[in-house]
Design a protein around this ligand. Structure first.
Ligand code: ZN
Length: 439
């Protein structure tokens, strides 16, 4: 079989095995694996993942995070989570010869189903009109299923892939987790290259944004001014701070230097998440609210830190204070709610350049046209655990879909099948085939 015939065989395999591929993605969605910080419900999913890989002749390492030396002492470890009965799992496939190694690494956990109404139940994995619905279908069980199916495709075709291919499923990525990914780096393996199948709509992201969630709380002076005393509405102060954050977002757009990966993409943003004030258990309020709080998300580029971002916000706050009369009387307390997820990018070297070129060529084979050029991701993820704390560079490449973290989250099935073919092509091109000349 020459290389062209192999691509045709991969295409034909995908046509013949679409039903099985969809069934796997659907099954992964049906095994609920919601993250409820500080705990999480990934165990059943991880055991299924391990079993599936064992059945495909993988060498499987299923381990507790507690058994990873140095994890709790690591500077990037976030100590507020509980890892009882939340194992990581990694499977090793192929490796018959001397080829470069590759890992697909993704998170097992999902966010909860939410309180919004779903058209199809969130853990049904229902397929309807080319979409596979369910919590985690898009973020990121679809991408992980694609990695597993790409491996199976090459196994079914009896292609003796030379380098090792690993598929790693980690716990606790949502809500600022990423300790599972760190555990994977400390325990290994740390192959030559990693792909994170987070939903990227088939875009290649060699760099990803960072981000963190903070809470600002306000204490006003409550009551009713019978004697004309001065009262301070914590609600009004909270709203002023919300407006200050919006002004700060505009200011960052004008002043932050945009790294090259993001020149054409979405820029780092600030989002307001929740705002509460007063006694939220009562509909009728008979006084100015005593307390207010606002949660917000701030994104950053590679090299920025959570402390640096908040220091910059405080500098902006001080400079703008004359415009915000209530904030002058009611200063917020700001604290982080999660760890700051660092932004990161692949090392800028020959290895990365080679891999990006290979990804583009493999994509052309799988998609029948050149993929979109690489760009910086519009979201934060755990890729920094690879790029900052291991020697393995990682990029993000995953399927299309929509409504991540919302109701009716879905995976686009056509993109899922194209991604399986793309991953299979990447494995062949990057890891090589034993007995060269055969393919
Ligand atoms: Zn994700």
């Amino acid at each position: 079989m020459n290389r062209e015939e192999l691509s045709l065989a991969i295409n034909q395999w995908m046509k013949d095995n679409g039903t099985e591929a969809i069934a796997l993605a659907s099954k992964l969605v049906q095994i609920e694996s919601v993250n409820h910080p500080p705990t999480g419900h990934e165990a059943e999913y991880q055991l299924y993942f391990a079993e599936w890989m064992r059945a495909q002749n993988a060498e499987v390492d299923l381990y507790d995070l507690a058994d990873v030396p140095g994890l709790r002492e690591h500077t990037a470890y976030m100590s507020t989570r509980n890892y009882d009965n939340r194992p990581n799992v990694v499977g090793k496939f192929f490796g018959a010869g001397a080829g470069r190694s590759l890992m697909f690494s993704g998170h097992a956990d999902t966010v909860y189903e939410g309180t919004e109404a779903w058209t199809h139940p969130p853990f049904s994995g229902t397929v309807d009109s080319g979409k596979l619905y369910g919590r985690g279908s898009y973020d990121m069980k679809g991408g992980m299923a694609a990695a597993l199916m790409a491996v199976k495709c090459l196994q079914d075709l009896n292609i003796p892939i030379a380098g090792n291919v690993y598929v790693e499923s980690v716990v606790d990525e949502e809500h600022g987790g990423a300790n599972g990914t760190l555990a994977g780096r400390l325990r290994g393996p740390n192959p030559d290259m990693a792909i994170i199948p987070e939903p990227s709509n088939m875009r290649v992201y060699p760099a990803h944004l960072g981000g963190g969630i903070w809470k600002a709380t306000f204490t006003g002076r409550s009551g009713i001014a019978f004697a004309g005393e001065e009262l301070i509405s914590a609600l009004e102060a909270t709203i002023e701070f919300a407006n200050l954050l919006r002004a700060y977002n505009d200011y960052r757009h004008e002043t932050l230097e945009i790294p090259s990966w993001w020149q054409d993409g979405r820029k780092a943003e600030i989002n307001l998440l929740t705002l509460f004030s007063g006694d939220v258990s009562r509909e009728l309020q008979e006084k100015l609210p005593q307390t207010g709080e606002i949660n917000f998300w701030i994104e950053g580029y590679p090299g920025m830190t959570g402390e640096g971002i908040i220091a910059d916000l405080w500098a902006f706050y001080e400079a703008q204070l004359p415009k915000y009369p209530l904030l002058q009387k009611c200063k917020p307390q700001i604290k982080p709610l999660i760890r700051y997820l660092s932004a990161s990018e692949m090392k800028n070297d020959d290895n990365t350049a080679k891999f990006l070129e290979l990804i583009a060529n493999s994509g052309a084979k799988a998609l029948g046209q050149s993929p979109e050029p690489p760009t910086g991701s519009p979201f934060a993820c755990d890729g920094f655990m690879f790029n900052l704390y291991s020697d393995t560079p990682a990029l993000v490449l995953g399927p299309s879909g929509g409504n991540a973290h919302g109701a009716d989250e879905f995976l686009d099935i056509a993109s899922y099948e194209a991604l399986i073919r793309w991953y299979a092509e990447i494995i062949v091109d990057w890891c090589g085939v034993s007995g060269d000349g055969e393919v």
